[in-house]
Design a protein around this ligand. Structure first.
Ligand code: ADP
Ligand code: MG
Length: 239
């Protein structure tokens, strides 16, 4: 039986722009299954990032409920949200969001600092992650000394170092060339699968969506349809 790690119920997010109300997410209900790769797919402006940010506890819904297991994300205050994110969530952003004054290794250790892990253990675990993403030899480099692909590898190492149950990625390959894009997608989905993590990826690229077990197609803030991959056939066939 499918276990749901996140349950989204009748969630709406309205942005007020002067006199105009923008329904970025419009009455969406969706279950995210434990250990699936779920893709939020749609054109620019369809509400993908807003929905991702709501699920990840980065933004508050205007209406509706979002449950992580039995925790109501929409009822949390800012401190509780920050704790929730540190404990349960990893992020990969399009623009990497690395701290520019820190080395690759230091960037990767950040989530562990918040968790209270000792310095020695932090460095060991972060180094292990840098090895896993193929960047052990760049541990002491700062972001500006690395290529876009390398920076994204560091940010992937940072997202996964904590072993969070859920990793969110918003257009993680948006700034990368085609070859690096597929390397990053293989890396992210491979790590999630190996560690039994749930992955929610935002993309507007059909080919990247095909890495997913389910593609949730968004249009104008609403779910247009959900496509499911038939895994048994070992090919990317969607019904
Ligand atoms: P996508 O990620 O699919 O491109 P977004 O979730 O970023 O879409 O945006 C959905 C809609 O909400 C768009 O019309 C966008 O302009 C609007 N929107 C997103 N964020 C804000 C904001 N902070 N303030 C006002 N409007 C916003
Ligand atoms: Mg977006």
């Amino acid at each position: 039986m499918t276990e749901n790690i996140i349950r989204i119920r009748n969630v709406t997010k309205v942005f007020q722009m002067g006199s105009e109300s923008i329904h970025a997410v419009d009455n969406v209900s969706l279950n995210i299954h434990k250990e699936e790769v779920c893709c939020l797919f749609g054109k620019s402006g369809s509400g993908k990032s807003t929905l991702l940010n709501l699920i990840a506890g980065l933004e508050k819904p205007t209406e509706g409920r979002i449950l992580f297991h039995n925790k109501h994300i929409e009822r949390m205050n800012e401190d509780q949200l920050a704790d929730f994110r540190r404990q349960y969530v990893g992020f990969v952003f399009q623009s990497y969001h690395l701290l520019p004054t820190l080395t690759a290794l230091e960037n990767v250790t950040l989530p562990l600092i918040f968790k209270g892990v000792s310095v020695k253990e932090r460095n060991e675990q972060a180094m292990e992650m840098l090895e896993a993403v193929g960047l052990a030899d760049r541990a002491n480099h700062k972001p500006f000394e690395m290529s876009g692909g390398q920076q994204q590898r560091v940010s992937i190492a940072r997202a996964f170092v904590n072993r969070p149950p859920v990793v969110f990625a918003d257009e993680p390959t948006g700034n990368l060339d085609t070859k690096t894009t597929y390397e990053m997608m293989d890396l992210i989905t491979g790590m999630a699968q190996k560690n039994h993590q749930t992955l929610v990826i935002v993309t507007h690229d059909q080919e990247l969506a095909e890495y997913a077990d389910r593609i949730v197609v968004l249009q104008d803030g609403k779910i247009e349809k959900i496509q499911k991959r038939i895994r048994e056939k070992k090919e990317n066939v969607y019904e």
